[in-house]
Design a binder for this molecule. Structure first.
Ligand code: PEP
Ligand code: MG
Length: 743
């Protein structure tokens, strides 16, 4: 049974259309179970009916014609219950609906199994047999197992079959607020060299020209993209440029073309030859260069495959669309041409979403039914408040969004009036707001000067865009720049937090459970040279400015704190003895795993401050992967369990008179900010786009009112109830606009 199950699922997944897939299902299931009939009805909720779309055993002419009203008949009953119905004689059942067109009144035994995805009934699989008998347990469990696996393929087939209907709403998760209008530009993962077939060509001169043209395109792109990064971020681009100019790579490929190979295979073999030389090298650094050569090879291949279509052109309002948009793909678009992001993968807490928020760019993530392959060039609207996108929107939808966008502009003008005002409650309590950032280019996000300083500088971004670990002087330059920009305001720089969903291409970590594995402080304590280099660079960068605070991510045990403090002190002593006027900065730890919540008091006794990372804390408390769209509905940082954890952390820090900040996304949510104020947190840190909104809410209520609201929230059973309570409270003080979609 297992083997035939696997075979059927494979065959269905390979089907080219929904009709093919359904045809395979009915014929294979009928055969495997030995039934007399197998049919599939798909549910059309809009038309309130189930439509017979495939059958093996009933009259073929009934396909597409027989439509059963939503809650009628046995099929309707299966769908209604979302559970199976097994009967030895269907015709005697009170829900039986006699349908003559199919010729099924000849059959008695009945098994109906719902096809369900994400709690939604997509349709019903029906088996019939001539004689009156129930299907056996083995047959029933086989069909249930199969139906559970077919739902995905059926849904996909159905989506591909539907034409991209104008204004069909594509739903995902709200990832970065705002409304974006523009033209979809689809980005794909790079082409694979290994998949290139051999091909012999006649006109070798023309093929050589094609190859040279591709090299020229790539070279121009490298120049263009590389120029957007600072000197020290540009290493990989310089390395690629040198390779492009090297004789061995270019001549090697041209020789292969001269002997009759088409350019793509010539490139494939030349790149393979080069990487094998690097692969055999002793030195691990040089061995790593193989991946740079491969990357360059893929880039050239992409150009060769698109010779007719030149390098990606970004229209003035580009909406970047893709399955998995990388930081590189995002940074390749000129900043002033970007209007939004729509991604089928990821979620609001993915790093690409965090970047989007930092740039004030509307984004919808986890849009699982995104027809990526058919969206390129389409007029698109992104609604970053609701996590939706519209391809080729109808005029009425466009008009509605234009109205929302103009409301938003008016609202932004209202918020503008808050510029320069202090972040203070109505009873005069100062609640400073800091900025979350992680610069990859020279630009600071607009509005940064509103911040009291930087509450979280994520150092992984400068590490991600390089091709190797940056050295002390390169890191010094990066940190010095941010400390100088903000001096005398404090800048909290976090030590490297790689692993989880932030892999470095040059330091691969392969693990079955990356979020529970080698991540954050664990990686750098196991590699003291990486930690020491980074800490030395930070301390040196702060000389004469003395506005640095140092933050340790993913702390789970007191030993990790002690070991980190020992190394920080060692770096400090080393630098002092080398004659640098370094100062020991305040050191804090992030509270982002449940263990740290329970030990917050003890941790606060050991360090200078705590900073709560609610993104990870929510993920670990609720056991919900922050990047998995399937469980995204369960990810809720207003969940009462998260709020209780926060109050416990604040209480723990209070015992030692230490400050607590919150730097997860909850801090930038006006609703979250109210609760955090009530919980006795001392400051918040958020992306630039949230600063004025949060300031607006802080300036509109007293600390006492925030405490009352927190207490009410702690009595709620669910995150949804907390949200409702707070929205009503903000509405009461005339701030509903801060949280209502469209603003
Ligand atoms: C967090 O986990 O809340 C946090 C701020 O860190 P990051 O999002 O970088 O993991
Ligand atoms: Mg984190």
């Amino acid at each position: 049974m297992l083997e035939s199950l696997r075979r059927i699922v494979q065959e269905v997944n390979r089907a080219l259309s929904l009709d093919d897939a359904l045809h395979i299902i009915v014929s294979r299931v009928k055969e495997a179970v030995g039934a007399d009939v197998c049919s599939v009805y798909l549910t059309e909720p809009g038309n309130r009916e189930h439509v017979l779309l495939a059958t093996d055993g009933l009259r073929p002419e009934a396909v597409g014609q027989v439509r059963i009203p939503l809650n009628r008949g046995l099929v309707g009953w299966v769908a209604e219950k979302a559970d199976l119905v097994s009967l030895n004689d269907a015709s005697t059942h009170s829900r039986y609906l006699s349908i003559t067109e199919t010729g099924e009144n000849r059959f008695r035994g009945f098994l109906g199994v719902p096809i369900v995805q994400n709690r939604r009934v997509l349709g019903v699989l029906v088996l019939r047999q001539r004689e009156a008998r129930r299907f056996g347990d083995d047959e029933v469990t086989f069909v249930i197992t199969l139906a559970a696996q077919l739902a995905g393929a059926i849904e996909l087939g159905r989506m591909h079959q539907q034409d991209l209907m104008p204004s069909r709403v594509l739903s995902g998760m709200a990832a970065s607020p705002g409304i974006g209008f523009g033209t979809a530009v689809v980005v794909y993962p790079p082409a694979t060299l290994e998949a290139v077939p051999d091909k012999v060509i006649e006109d070798t001169a023309a093929e050589a020209d094609t190859f040279r043209a591709a090299l020229k395109d790539v070279s121009a792109e490298i120049d263009r993209i590389g120029d957007r990064f600072s000197q020290e971020d540009r290493a990989i681009f310089d390395a690629w440029r040198m390779m492009l100019e090297s004789d061995s790579l270019v001549d090697g490929a041209l020789q292969r073309i001269q002997s009759g190979s088409w350019a793509q295979a010539a490139l494939r073999d030349t790149i393979a030859e080069h990487t094998s030389v690097f692969d055999q090298m002793e030195d691990p650094y040089l061995r790593e260069r193989a991946s740079d050569v491969r990357d360059l090879g893929r880039w050239i291949l992409t150009r060769l495959q698109n010779q007719s279509a030149p390098a990606l052109v970004y229209p003035p309002k580009t909406i970047l669309v893709g399955d998995d948009i990388s930081v590189m793909q995002l940074s390749a678009v000129p900043t002033d041409s970007l209007a939004g992001i729509v991604s089928s993968g990821g979620s609001a807490s993915s790093h690409i979403a965090i970047l989007a928020r930092g740039m004030g760019l509307p984004a919808a993530m986890g849009v699982s039914d995104l027809p990526v392959s058919r969206m390129d060039g389409l007029d698109t609207i992104v609604d970053g408040y609701r996590g939706r996108a519209y391809a080729d929107p109808e005029p009425s939808i466009r008009a509605e969004y234009e109205r929302l966008a103009s409301d938003e502009q008016a609202f932004a003008a209202e918020l503008d009036a808050l510029r320069g005002l202090s972040s203070e409650t109505t009873d005069g309590f100062s609640f400073p707001l800091y900025l979350n950032t992680g610069l990859v280019s020279e630009q600071l996000p607009a509005g940064s000067d509103e911040a009291a300083g930087v509450g979280l500088y994520r150092t992984e971004l400068p590490f991600l865009v390089r091709d190797r670990f940056p050295g002390e002087s390169s890191q010094y330059n990066t940190y010095r720049r941010i400390l100088e920009i903000f001096t005398p305001r404090t800048v909290t720089i976090r030590t490297l937090d790689i692993g989880g969903d932030k892999p470095l291409s040059y330091f691969p970590i392969e693990e079955p459970n990356p979020f529970l594995g080698w991540r954050g402080i664990r990686v750098v304590l196991d590699n003291p040279q990486i930690f020491m280099t980074q800490v030395r660079a930070m301390l040196l960068a702060s000389v004469g400015l003395d506005n640095l605070q140092l933050l340790l991510p993913m702390i789970t045990t007191m030993d990790e704190i002690d070991e980190s403090l020992r190394m920080i002190r060692r770096a400090y002593n080393e630098l002092l003895s080398e004659g640098h006027a370094v100062k020991m900065p305040p050191v804090g730890v992030m509270i982002e795993v449940p263990a740290a919540v329970y030990q917050a008091e003890a941790f606060a006794g050991r360090v200078d401050f705590l900073s709560v990372g609610t993104n990870d804390l929510t993920q670990y408390l609720l056991a919900v992967d922050r990047n998995n769209p399937r469980v995204a509905a369960l990810y809720d940082d207003l969940h009462p369990a998260v709020l209780r954890a926060l109050t416990q952390v604040a209480a723990g820090a209070r015992v030692h008179g230490k400050e607590v900040s919150v730097c997860g996304e909850l801090a930038g949510d006006p609703l979250g900010a109210v609760l955090l104020l009530g919980a006795g947190v001392h400051s918040l840190s958020m992306s630039a786009a949230s600063l004025l909104r949060v300031k607006g809410v802080i300036r509109s209520l007293s600390r006492g009112r925030a405490r009352e609201l927190l207490n009410d929230a702690l009595r709620c059973d669910t995150g949804a109830a907390v949200r409702k309570l707070l929205i009503a409270a903000l509405d009461d003080i005339g701030l509903g606009g801060l949280v209502r979609p469209g603003r």
